[in-house]
Design a binder for this molecule. Structure first.
Ligand code: C2E
Ligand code: SIN
Ligand code: SIN
Ligand code: FE
Ligand code: FE
Length: 352
């Protein structure tokens, strides 16, 4: 610990130093007879304890403390002031500017020793606590990061599990997540929302796990009954994801249940209209359908990209939120980039 002693009287200074060496476990004692120099130095190095005389030419003890305490990180540094006078007025003012404790002249050596070692203990436990707090908040931060990473990994693995049953490829999942992010950014959503849509969108069809193979993998067009079963994937996905404390899973649940709603109210499962459909669902609907159209499915060939684009334009304001379609089409260069970057034969970017 570092101790600073300030006294214009050199005899006092030497005496204070001698006693301090015994009572205060310091690696470093700095002595000043000039309070102005002492102030500058103390503000730079922030000692662990300051012993200061009250009556000094140039800058008295109270002025020193007043100036010292206005600077940051000086509040917890104890300051002992040595006063010759018994004037309560001086002590009052000194306490007012932030003096911690007093010693009276003439100095009582035993009292000084006792005060010094008490304050040393106080300062030590204060520093320990400060370190502990720092350590704790570092640990909390680390733990939070770990939890978020785990959460993302679990979500990714859950999506992977679904892929084993679903003919849709990892490429679809990545493209539609990136398209969704693109739309969310263009709509001006805040960064946190954009990221949660990006991370939750891959779970939109997780409910297809609950659809029998005879329907899920049917190479032809579904009949009415089969399609009614297929439609339950939105609700199944919601049931899998809902009720979590994780905001990512909450967004995932919202997307799962709303990604097949249509702007004009003819979608499923709840026939919601326009702004009654969660924005996340309206965003994902555009991204998902565009990618479904431009991909091959067991029941259809891939459409060429202009046909898919025209489909979005034709159904803008019917199936799709017009703002989401506009946002998507105004990012056309990025759309093409994503489409070519995450081709179905390209490597998994997550590749755990
Ligand atoms: P999906 O293949 O991921 O398709 C998602 C959505 O993209 C569809 O939702 C639909 O809005 C759009 N879409 C996909 N392909 C076409 C298409 O050829 N023409 C048009 N106009 N739109 C298309 P939807 O219709 O609610 O279907 C949900 C899921 O049901 C589909 O997900 C797919 O897994 C399944 N599905 C739909 N129709 C058939 C079908 O005829 N045969 C089979 N085997 N599965 C189907
Ligand atoms: C898929 O539907 O292809 C994967 C399942 C999911 O991520 O929702
Ligand atoms: C459709 O198959 O639903 C419409 C075809 C198209 O928009 O080109
Ligand atoms: Fe779906
Ligand atoms: Fe999909």
């Amino acid at each position: 610990m570092n101790l600073t002693i300030i006294d214009d009287n050199s005899t006092n200074l030497a005496l204070l130093e001698e006693i301090s060496k015994i009572a205060f476990p310091s690696e470093n004692i700095k002595l000043f007879s000039n309070p102005i120099e002492a102030l500058e130095e103390s503000l730079n190095t922030l000692p662990d304890l300051i012993l200061i005389d009250f009556m000094m030419p140039g800058l008295d003890g109270i002025e020193f403390v007043k100036k010292f305490r206005t600077k940051q990180n000086t509040k917890e540094i104890p300051i002992i002031m040595i006063t010759a006078s018994m004037e309560t007025d001086v002590k009052q003012r000194a306490l007012g500017v932030g003096v911690t404790d007093f010693l009276n002249k003439p100095l009582d050596v035993n009292e000084l020793k006792a005060r010094l070692s008490n304050l040393a203990e106080l300062r030590k436990s204060h520093l320990k606590l400060k370190n502990l707090n720092q350590w704790l908040s570092d640990e909390v931060l680390k733990a939070t990061e770990t939890i978020l990473k785990r959460e993302e990994e679990l979500i990714f693995r859950l999506s992977k599990a679904a892929e084993y049953r679903d003919p849709e490829t990892g490429g679809h999942i990545q493209r539609m997540a990136h398209y969704s992010r693109l739309i969310a950014i263009k709509l001006g959503l805040d960064d946190l929302k954009v990221e949660s849509i990006f991370k939750a969108a891959p779970m939109h069809d997780i409910g297809k796990m609950g659809i029998p193979d005879s329907i899920l993998l049917k190479p032809g067009v579904l009949d009415e009954f089969e399609f009614s079963i297929m439609k339950t994937h939105a609700m199944i996905g919601y049931n899998i994801l809902q009720g979590s404390n994780s905001s990512l899973l909450q967004v995932g649940a919202e997307i799962a249940i709303s990604h097949h709603e249509k702007w004009n109210g003819t979608g499923y499962p709840n026939h919601l209209k326009q702004n009654a459909i969660p924005k996340t669902g309206r965003i994902v609907a555009v991204a998902d359908v565009f990618d479904a159209l431009t991909s091959e499915r067991p029941y259809k060939k891939a459409w060429d990209i202009d046909r898919a684009k025209n489909h979005l334009i034709e159904l803008k304001g019917i199936h799709f939120d017009p703002d989401c379609v506009d946002a998507f089409l105004s990012s056309w260069d990025e759309v093409l980039e994503i489409k070519s970057k995450f081709r179905d034969d390209s490597q998994d970017i997550y590749s755990i």
